[in-house]
Design a binder for this molecule. Structure first.
Ligand code: ATP
Length: 339
């Protein structure tokens, strides 16, 4: 079976972008018979960006409840919290010791931080943590630990999958050549062509890190207000509007059928007013997520149940894959001789 792995960083409240870009397609894909799905809450990753324990804790609960409310079936897929699998960080060290530092220098997130420092006239590495620099190695460990062969990602993440392939290949080569053992399957990035990157309230990519999100399960009235606050140009009702350049339309498209989107495109050309367009967007989104919102609220009232589901998932997953693989890897590199 194809092993598909998806993670969401526990850095804030899950938003419409996480839902349309990751959760909705992943839950649909997990129903295929030939797929073994791995869903995890990337809480080690969250620490790179968020040093607020209460926020990480709350986000973990919210993201777990979101997956469950959106139809993830924890007895049919692997559903776990990254930090419940300590083999992840152990594998990260083994990979760190084969990963080229030069490759990590080229990682987008690190380069962006360096560029920002240069623009500000600061030292290249000012305020850059080793955690940010090492992030691609942690991600490689997430993937290689379960030999996931398919990782659905946005375009900006392709580079990280290539790095995971590179580290896995180096490890296979260094330690497996003599014995003919391939320790790691090399993962492939899977780009979902029809999944768009949703814009946030300010027009940049909707992201937990930018504080520009529309929370997926915001209460109804708050959802309406947030949508009303999306930035638009000042075209008046009656004036033709460019659908493709509009954040309101991009969001509408992610929550509607092709026919509905085509009708809205026409309404834009006919000069629909922004208030009406936003109201239509609110109604579309609310119609799609209202049942899950109810589930979500019920789940959030039972944090101990969520905790139990996560622990159980991690325990089974360690027994099945992580513990035996790590034992083999420790032997491969010479830390243990199991005879
Ligand atoms: P962070 O700022 O902590 O990185 P994020 O909100 O940008 O958080 P992640 O947790 O890194 O998102 O991503 C989880 C999943 O959600 C990924 O598969 C990612 O591609 C998807 N995703 C995130 N933001 C968007 C968006 N604006 N549009 C579509 N998909 C998105």
């Amino acid at each position: 079976r194809t092993r598909v792995l998806t993670g969401i960083t526990t850095s804030g409240t899950p938003h419409l972008g996480n839902y349309a870009g990751a959760i909705r397609p992943a839950v649909a894909a997990s129903r295929a018979a030939d797929v073994e799905s791995f869903y995890f809450l990337a809480d080690y990753h969250a620490l790179i960006k968020v040093q607020d324990p209460a926020r990480v804790q709350r986000s973990t609960l919210e993201i777990a409840a979101t997956w469950l409310a959106c139809g993830l079936e924890p007895d049919k897929v692997w559903f776990y919290r990254q930090s419940d699998i300590p083999e992840t960080t152990e594998l990260m060290w083994l990979l760190t010791c084969v990963a080229g530092k030069g490759i990590l220098n080229r990682a987008h997130a690190y380069k962006a931080a360096v560029d920002k420092n240069r623009e500000a006239g600061e030292d290249d590495d000012a305020a850059v943590t080793a955690g940010l620099f090492m992030y691609p190695v942690l991600m490689a460990a997430d993937i290689l630990l379960f030999n996931a062969n398919k990782v659905p990602v946005g375009r900006d993440q392709i580079q990280h999958i290539e790095m995971a392939r590179d580290f896995g290949q180096r490890f296979n080569h260094l330690y497996g050549e003599a014995t003919g053992r391939e320790y790691f399957v090399l993962p492939e990035a899977h780009i979902e062509e029809q999944v768009a990157t949703l814009p946030g309230l300010d027009g940049r990519k909707m992201s937990k890190s930018y504080d520009n999100t529309i929370p997926l399960f915001a209460p109804r009235e708050q959802l309406r207000k947030l949508i009303a606050g999306i930035v638009t140009d000042s075209r008046a009702p009656g004036e033709a509007k460019d659908a493709d350049g509009s954040h309101v339309f991009q969001l509408y498209q992610a929550f509607s059928t092709d026919a509905e989107a085509a009708a809205m495109r026409q309404a834009f050309a006919d000069g629909i007013g922004w208030g009406d367009a936003k109201q239509a967007l609110f109604e579309r989104i609310d119609a799609e997520i209202a049942p899950q919102r109810e589930q979500y609220e019920a789940l959030m009232a039972r944090p101990a149940d969520i905790e139990a589901i996560l622990r159980d998932g991690a325990q089974r997953l360690r027994t099945r894959y992580a513990t035996p693989l790590m034992a083999e890897l420790r032997e491969a590199v010479g830390l243990r001789d199991l005879g």
